[in-house]
Design a protein. Sequence first.
Lengths: 277, 455
Amino acid sequence: MLKLSAQLNDEEFLGTAEDLAAFVSDKLASLGFGDRHRSTERLVRFYAYEGLLSKPERAPDDRRKANFGPLQVRQLLLARLLAERGWDLDRIRTLLHDNREVSQLNKLIDELATPTEAEKLFFRTRSSDADTLSEPSPVRSYKPDRSLSPVLFSARDSEMPDMSSPKFRRKTSYSTVQQLRQIADSEESPAEALRMMIKKEMARDDLTPAARNLFEQLLAFNPTTRGDEPKTERWTKLRLAHWCEAHFNIDSRITPTKDELQEIVDNFSKALMNKYL
Amino acid sequence: MNQPKIEILPLKKGFLRAAADATHVLVRLVAPAKPADVTETPRAPLDLALVIDRSSSMSGRPIAAALESAVRIVRGLRDDDRVTIVAFDDHIEVVQSLIAVTDREALALRINAIDARGSTNLFGGWEEGVKQLAPFTRKDRIARVILLSDGQANQGLLNEQEIFAQVAKAAGAGITTSTVGLGHGFNESLMTGMASAGEGVANFGQTADDLDEAFEEQFAIISNSFLRQVKVSVQGGSDVQVRLVGEILENGATRSRKLGTLPWDASLVAVIELKIGSLAKADALAAVNFEAITKEGELVKFGPALIALPEVDLAAFSVLPVDADVSALIDEAVVAEKIEVIEALTRSHKFTEAKLAFEELLKRPGLSDWAKQKIEYLKRLLDEDAVMAAKEMRYGRTRMMSQTKESTMACYSMDVDDSVEAMKASYLRRKRAVGQASKPKPPQGGTTGGQTPQA
């Protein structure tokens, strides 16, 4: 079987973040990896900001335009593969930093294309069994039920940080902000993702009481948590930590409207952006 | 594949029915000589995780020994080997992710920059070592974690049985674990247990020189492995009680035991004690089975080999000759079991009883020169340093029971000659003191210094 790196055919590739995302998404799909490996322009920018992707070159005709090439194709492809297998961003970043040459990345892509037994046992994997080239992975079993989710959130929990990582502890605030920003800004994914992220956040043992309180309330409020009794609470202003606050106003209504949910997300996002971004 | 041979060697070639004393039988699994095509490649490339305890309890001599040992290991690796370095206290730091061993001096610099601080998340450090190797495990490479620690875990997962279960899980997935106990107060129960569960080797020492031989031995075994995870089990026949000799306190009357890795042209031994009742059948006193994993990862079984002995009367039994070499090996297992009891006395601070037990052991008739030297060393150490004596007893008796032996039976009863021992493969050498270098090291120099894992 032809090695994965030999099937990239990207020698001529040069493009924007959007082009890069599309190229890598198509490539992974054609190689049999499932839809969840898809990338978006936003994800490319996020990875670039997080230092996973090398700096793009400036386009000669337009200095404001960034051009990505074969190096970033490999970096993004590896990042997507590994993130989907449960690698946290710090681990992926370290790997990519230690292997900056195209030839090194080719070797890594071929070696890491399929997870080993040991990796499946010791990494927090969601779908390692399906991540092989011979067996194209199915689309993730979770599908958003739009009828239950009036407000459309987005999060890739593959990008969610590994809470056990020591580096994560030092970077919690920023990672959280990035996560929430993604959720808040997306136009296409469900509130369930937000709920999952909040649950993960709540597993941390270093949360401030204020943050825990906010997360608990957000969790109770989430309209996609089936089976739970809807909560009726009055919120006006919640402080996540000294660095963040969100403004809500739902006045005891059992089910918030789509607009209200959007407002919450917007305010939350705004608060985070104003403070940190 | 080449088949190993099971040998059943009774202490006496006959048994006395319903005797008060037990009958002892030595069982050996003997590997064939290494085929010519195997010798062409010295060993599979190695992916090594050096997991170094940097907690404050390691400060001073232990951390210095750990770093020096790590540097020597790195300097001795081949260009196609890869290494990752993890340092841990209450935080886990990946000092170097898995990388090909091309710039040894840069790696040495990174190792030497590690300093002691904080508390000990031993499991977390080990787990990170495993995680560094896990995505890269392949059948044509060897993946091993070497944990260098004082073994005083006080952060993260602390339950020994849970740690052993994780270590065994990693070994099952191809990542073995060896441990090196450093300093004076390390937890030998944790460190030997991890190595046992991890199909690796447990060693201890005070200086890098002490550890050199241990690493040399460990790499030599890896290089020459014929079968791994060798396990022996024995079933008694009708009206026969059987047990494996060697660990009466820890495992009781155990009938199965892990023997470890069997290198080419070597053997692993087990001693079986039989209490033969009046209704026992002479042609089927017991059955011995072995199972193991091949280099290709395949589970293989050997046996059953039946233990059958002619029945004799008391007069004939008393004049039956004893094979001196068989006797020497059986003695080792019996002595190991006695040392286990003395170790327990030492840990309970019953030093007078422990010394008396050593005296009794030395009076045992027919004791081999090797066993005598070992016991005398332990007795002397007990006078000097009871804590280290208990550690030496733990590692020494484990080694007596599980150390790889020569493929031939000759020489076991002969006096130990250090110059002869030095010429043997490192995993066949007998050491009086497990935690000390047996010979002075030549001065180190250049990038080729230290032990050579290619051995």
